[in-house]
Ligand binder design. Structure first.
Ligand SMILES: [Zn+2]
Length: 399
């Protein structure tokens, strides 16, 4: 599954109707949660029971009936997501190994700030040009224009499994959840590449090239901090504060888009010119806490790997994550370990090899991937990192 996103051009009355749909989703979700809570401790309800309850709500409330029946069902499933996540956390915290990470069990709570509505395969219709979408349920949002550069044209409508409207700081967006299993492979290039993400450059590749850090990554944080400062200086509940909050939200949005575009472009290029792309198996979260405190690149790397696995699936390329252990210490020519601290930028080995530290590491990463050493993990179709997570929760995760 993958998500394509367009901005929506909707007029005032359409916006009101979108808000109505979003409110209804929240209403159904919360009602289902209430239904579950009230049934405790006697009954142990399942997702199926919540779905059934949502059908009852349709009969009870006219405005729920206006929303497409599958969209109502998707709202009930949101309640179930929250409940089952709570159960999962309880299970994990019983297991001593996970206790540290799951102190909060997250008892499902009533939602107040829902921002999205999700349709499945009915309740909407794409215009033949695929530049407009019509929502056909009784909420009657009607036809809206889609703005964006995505290639939804090249995809068959059958691949669209879900359609979602999301509210953001600067308007409404339409997301298409695409089934990526039927993809178009690109012809083989005969090339393989290894990449090593670093602090000095965004990444170094095994061919000896470097992708410099983009300027916006450096300035992003200071701009956000500036906006935050100005927000905190404003008086509570004042008009100025509302303005400042909007400004901050927009800055966040702009930065996250720049990151996304950048990550996407790099990943696409790598997949176009290589049959195999090897990278370190980074736990981005762990990295943020461990190595060198927090790096401004962490988020961008996460996105970069996400897009890499997306294009890998789309174009039939192999994306391999290898264990980064010793990749920067080992000599890529003779295999000797040459210990070096982070400050040492050049790899100098007794065998005569002198290379940039990151290039050396990238070559090692490629070697590990192609020689199939242990700890190698190839992303196959459906084995992507965050792409396979529940779509309902992904709305929250992606932004
Ligand atoms: Zn050597």
């Amino acid at each position: 599954m993958f998500v394509l996103e367009y901005k929506i051009k909707a007029n005032k009355s359409q916006q009101i109707k979108i808000e109505e749909a979003i409110r209804t989703v929240q209403f159904v979700r919360n009602k289902c949660l209430r239904f579950w809570i009230d049934s405790l401790p006697k009954a142990r309800l399942k997702c199926f029971d919540l779905n059934k309850h949502s059908t009852q709500l349709r009969e009870e409330f006219e405005f729920v009936k206006n929303l497409n029946s599958m969209a109502v069902q998707a709202s009930a499933e949101r309640a179930w997501e929250a409940i089952s996540r709570f159960f999962d956390n309880c299970k994990k915290s019983r297991d001593a190994k996970f206790r540290v990470f799951t102190e909060k069990k997250g008892y499902p709570t009533f939602q107040k700030d829902n921002r999205s509505v999700e349709y499945k395969i009915s309740g909407w219709k794409l215009h033949p040009t695929k530049r407009r979408i019509t929502f056909t349920d009784k909420i009657s949002i009607g036809e809206v224009k889609l703005l964006g550069k995505w290639d939804v044209h090249s995809l068959s409508v059958k691949l669209i499994k879900r359609v979602r409207i999301v509210r953001r700081a600067d308007g409404y967006y339409c997301q298409f959840c695409i089934d990526t299993e039927n993809s178009n492979s690109l012809p083989s290039t005969g090339n393989s590449i290894g990449i090593d993400v670093g602090q000095k450059v965004f990444y170094a590749d095994s061919n000896g090239s470097f992708e410099e850090n983009p300027r916006f990554l450096k300035t992003a944080n200071s701009r956000i901090r500036l906006n935050q400062k100005s927000l905190s200086r404003k008086e509570k509940k004042s008009a100025n504060r509302i303005q400042a909050r909007k400004r901050l939200a927009k800055t966040h949005l702009r930065v996250s888009r720049q990151r996304e575009e950048y990550a996407k472009r790099l990943a696409l290029r790598l997949c176009q010119f290589n049959d195999l792309v090897a990278h370190e198996n980074l736990n981005i979260k762990g990295l943020a806490r461990g190595r060198n405190a927090k790096s401004v690149n962490d988020v961008a790397w996460g996105l970069f790997f996400k897009w890499l696995s997306y294009f890998g699936i789309k174009y039939g390329r192999q994306i391999v994550a290898v264990n980064p252990y010793n990749t920067s210490q080992m000599c890529s020519s003779c295999g000797t370990l040459v210990p070096k601290t982070l400050e040492v930028r050049t790899h100098i080995c007794g065998c005569g090899l002198v290379l940039d530290r990151d290039t050396n590491a990238a070559i090692n990463i490629l070697k590990l991937a192609t020689e199939g050493h242990s700890e190698c993990k190839a992303y196959g179709v459906g084995a992507t990192t965050q792409l396979g997570e529940s779509l309902v929760e992904q709305v929250l995760m992606l932004r």
